[in-house]
Design a protein around this ligand. Structure first.
Ligand code: AMP
Length: 215
């Protein structure tokens, strides 16, 4: 299974990807997570990416493509993977096709998780993420049992720098302008499945699994 998860920031791609990992035993490749890790560690790449991320802009393609190429070479990718937050524009999608072509493989599907714009703001401003394991919570919809502490690993919950209101607006604009056209890109290739990203997490997950299995 080699899947692309598409959807606006806050559509729940990360949450669904984490459930897919558990069910299918394949890795989630989140370019956002890899970039945030580099920022946290203060690597040269992280220093370059930080300004773009905090401004709600896309990090330059060559930076992201380098990361993805390296990640796809790792052994755990042999069984498949879930691409979460990548590709983010047509140039990245075309570059991904080339990488896969050179390996003699292709994507098995692209799943678009659709959420009305009005819901996204509350999801993003309320989002809190665990520093330890990346588990996500929301102060409006799915709170941790103890405030600020992860139920799963006891790690501290924090608000991503780019989940502040002014940055969110820019991220949503970037999505509309650059990433949303990928829905048409994968539709043309005949591998797109669109599902509604509103409702219970488990109900959405059932639809995501059906789409992932080509049902
Ligand atoms: P995410 O966690 O996927 O919402 O990504 C957070 C931020 O990381 C984005 O707003 C971008 O600045 C950057 N980013 C993540 N993935 C990509 C990508 N594929 N291309 C460019 N920038 C990205």
């Amino acid at each position: 299974m080699r899947l692309v998860l598409l959807g606006a920031p806050g559509a729940g791609k990360g949450t669904q990807a984490k459930k897919l990992i558990e069910k299918y035993g394949i890795p989630q490749i989140s370019t956002g997570d890899i970039l945030r890790q580099n920022v946290a560690e203060g690597t040269p790449l992280g220093k370059e990416a930080k300004g773009y991320m905090n401004a709600g802009k896309l990090v330059p393609d060559e930076v992201v493509l380098g990361l993805v190429k390296d990640r796809l070479k790792k052994d755990d990718c042999k069984k498949g993977y879930i691409l979460d937050g990548f590709p983010r524009n047509t140039a990245q999608a075309e570059a991904l096709d080339k990488i896969l072509d050179s390996l003699g493989i292709s994507l098995t599907g692209a799943i678009s998780v659709d959420v009305p714009l009005g819901d996204l703001m509350k999801r993003l401003t309320g989002r809190r993420t665990c520093k330890g394991c990346g588990q996500m919570y929301n102060i409006y919809f799915s709170t941790a049992k103890k405030e600020g502490v992860c139920d799963k690993c006891g790690g501290a919950l924090y608000q991503r720098d780019d989940d502040k209101e002014e940055t969110i607006k820019k991220r949503l604009d970037e999505y509309e302008a650059k990433t949303a056209p990928l829905i048409g890109y994968y539709k043309n290739k005949g591998i797109l499945k669109s599902i509604a990203g509103t409702g219970g997490i488990d109900d959405i997950f059932a639809e995501v699994c059906a789409a992932a299995e080509g049902k």
